[in-house]
Design a protein around this ligand. Sequence first.
Ligand SMILES: Cc1cc2nc3c(=O)[nH]c(=O)nc-3n(C[C@H](O)[C@H](O)[C@H](O)COP(=O)(O)O)c2cc1C
Ligand code: SF4
Length: 416
Amino acid sequence: VSTSTLPLLPATGSPLLAAARPDLAAHVRHNGPLPSRPDPLALLAVVADSGLTGRGGAGFPTGRKLAAVRSASGRPVVVANGAEGEPASAKDALLLTRAPHLVLDGLQLAAHAVGARRAYVYAKASTLGIVRAAVAERQSAGYDAVEMHVVEAADAFVAGEESAVVAALDGGPPRPRDTLQRVTERGIGRRPTLVQNVETLAHLGLIARHGADWYRRNGTPAEPGTFLATVSGAVSAPGVYEAAHGITLRELLTCAGGAGEPLQAVLIGGYHGTWLPLPAHADRALSRTALRPVGASLGAGVVVALPRRECGLAVAARIATYLAGQSARQCGPCLNGLPRMADLLTRLARAERQPALAGEVKRMAGLVEGRGACHHPDGTARFTVSTLRTFADEIQAHLTGTCTAERRAPGVRRTA
Ligand SMILES: Cc1cc2nc3c(=O)[nH]c(=O)nc-3n(C[C@H](O)[C@H](O)[C@H](O)COP(=O)(O)O)c2cc1C
Ligand code: SF4
């Protein structure tokens, strides 16, 4: 995915990515200095008023998470999560390399708000050079109150799940732990831990400077602000775009250069996301409120455009196989259920004439849901069920041993 950006917001430009260079001087020149030691409770109030929600996938209200960590017992630790294990996402790496100081400002402010004295940046290898240089630059300028440690994130889909982040920063393998214990209560070194996506922190860095009303000038009243969208697939200008919540799918695809060829569907929310058929959903707004009724969510802002010439079942089978291979192999649904679902989808994609295949995929999806220590099986099940729904006509064609697409699984005949 290329890393172009387009200022979609005439009033403000592209606030997150507007600094000319990633160094501290360019950052301060563009954004102004970090507010010095704001009252922590006032900071919590402004974040809550802004309506900021997490950009790592779940969309949890940031103000509520900050307040929970602040009131937990023990000295908290804060983490900027830049693991970005999702293969179809490029926005966190772009942000960390284009605007590292905005993320680090957010991390410092979050630490100040919850009363932490230790902070981590957990980021993937490709971003570490710029992030380490940015931390060193701030240290030599005496810019920060809270010590920051930069740690390399493992290159794996589940490495950015928050309990896996905690496990890695505790020195163990980056595998999710059971979800019964909230990391906000007991995380790194058994201390209350705030894990926040790097984009969430960058928004926080701007909200602390400009206020809740400024943030609410974009987006919808229920979902204010902008989000970074990674648009890939069959569009003319794939890349990362900053858009206001509520933008329609059609508008976002147009910003990404428009479809280079006829589209049949988009995958919204990444590999744990949902297929939405086109043109039926072209004018659907990209907001949690508008996506929820169709079982979709923006996730970490991923949109993949699927051209009509490509077999959706073959693409979905490849993604399901990838997801099955990415489990931490420590819970039953991941060990048995995910490989089975991937195998069934692969057989469907290869046009095996077995009418029971689709029903069996659905049954397996129901069996794994809610049964893992983390949400990896749930996300995989959601993706798989939406595949059955969106490509129902293609499944019928495959049951006759043929496929309607030009690019299809090896050995499958084109539908006459
Ligand atoms: C399988 C899985 C993978 C995840 N990977 C990431 C990731 O790479 N980066 C991220 O920020 N959040 C990821 N999350 C979400 C985190 O668990 C957590 O909710 C998030 O970092 C919290 O930050 P936010 O509230 O700012 O979104 C993942 C969740 C799951 C279930
Ligand atoms: S559900 Fe899967 S990915 Fe999550 S902890 Fe268990 S084995 Fe690992």
